[in-house]
Design a protein around this ligand. Structure first.
Ligand code: ATP
Length: 280
């Protein structure tokens, strides 16, 4: 209940601005929030269009999960307005989705910066790993750019705590097949290990400047390729040290994949070496 109070904000303190984009439940607006200390914070306001009771519950479930998260590379929830019209208010990240940013900035971004983004996303996922939370939708479309040196993992719409069931058996069909681990495609089985697989695909997207993984295949063909041992090829800009990490993330056997905390160590080292080489 304490948590509820902490994130309950008043509509009078929110000024709504232009539309940023279309979310799954309704329009997302830019805006400004005046905090209790008088500070003015730029925010993104998610709205819910056809908000019947059960739609509202689903809409608010994402915010419910985010209330308990506090990490420098995870999108920050500012608050929720639970009376109709229901709003979810989040910190605004001016540069928008990482996928679009990679396309716009592709001739400017250095390999060191791309490794930094991977490391930051990996740290966010190591934090979730420690909370026994699976994200299930790790992709550049779900990462926001706060500044040229800082990205934030967002979109917890598919996230679940896996405390007791040990894994989460998904029931919905709107699943991102080309990002998914074989056991997720075959048995809808989602664990931290399947998140590690997806993280590998997200790193592949980053070094491909947001090309779609397996764009040369239909969704239905992906599992056969994976079963016969075929994996995404090394993107031209991807350092061999990173690609070797990716092949470990894409081990068929979930238990053979590294943990996020291991990946944070490996990526930190690769980032350190790359930065030194860049400095000459
Ligand atoms: P989907 O499930 O289809 O991804 P969604 O309901 O999760 O939709 P988002 O994708 O998060 O909605 O948001 C829709 C648009 O609003 C996106 O294009 C994104 O760029 C923008 N947006 C959302 N949150 C923020 C934010 N905190 N800062 C900046 N832009 C944001």
């Amino acid at each position: 209940a304490d948590d509820e109070a902490k994130h309950s904000i008043s509509r009078d303190d929110v000024v709504v601005g232009r539309i940023l984009g279309e979310g799954f439940f309704g329009e997302v607006h830019e805006g400004v929030y005046k905090s209790p200390t008088g500070e003015r914070i730029s925010v993104a306001i998610k709205t819910c269009k056809d908000c019947s009771a059960d739609v509202k519950e689903k809409f608010l479930s994402e915010a419910g999960l985010m209330k308990n998260l506090d990490h420098p590379h995870i999108v920050r929830l500012i608050g929720v307005i639970e009376v109709d019209p229901v709003w979810i208010v989040m910190e605004l990240y001016q540069h928008g989705e990482l996928g679009n940013y990679l396309v716009e900035q592709q001739y400017i971004l250095t390999s060191t910066t791309l490794i930094l983004y991977c490391l930051q996303i990996c740290k966010a996922l190591a934090y979730l790993e420690g909370l026994n939370m699976v994200h299930r939708d790790i992709a550049v479309r779900n990462v926001l750019v706060a500044s040229p040196e800082c990205v934030k993992l967002g979109d917890f719409g598919l996230s679940r705590y896996i405390d007791e069931q040990e894994y989460y058996k998904a029931s919905i069909s709107r699943l991102p097949i080309k990002w998914m681990a074989p056991e997720s495609i075959n048995f809808r089985r989602f664990t931290t290990s399947s998140d590690v697989w997806m993280f590998g695909v997200c790193v592949w997207e980053i070094f491909s400047m947001a090309q779609q993984p397996f764009f040369w295949l239909e969704n239905g063909q992906v599992i056969n390729q994976l079963e016969s041992g075929i994996r995404l090829p090394k993107p031209q800009l991807c350092p061999p040290t990173i690609y070797s990490l990716l092949t470990r993330c894409w081990a068929y056997e979930p238990n053979s994949r590294p943990s996020f905390s291991q990946l944070v160590c490996d990526l930190s080292e690769i980032h350190r070496v790359e930065k030194e080489e860049e400095a000459g």
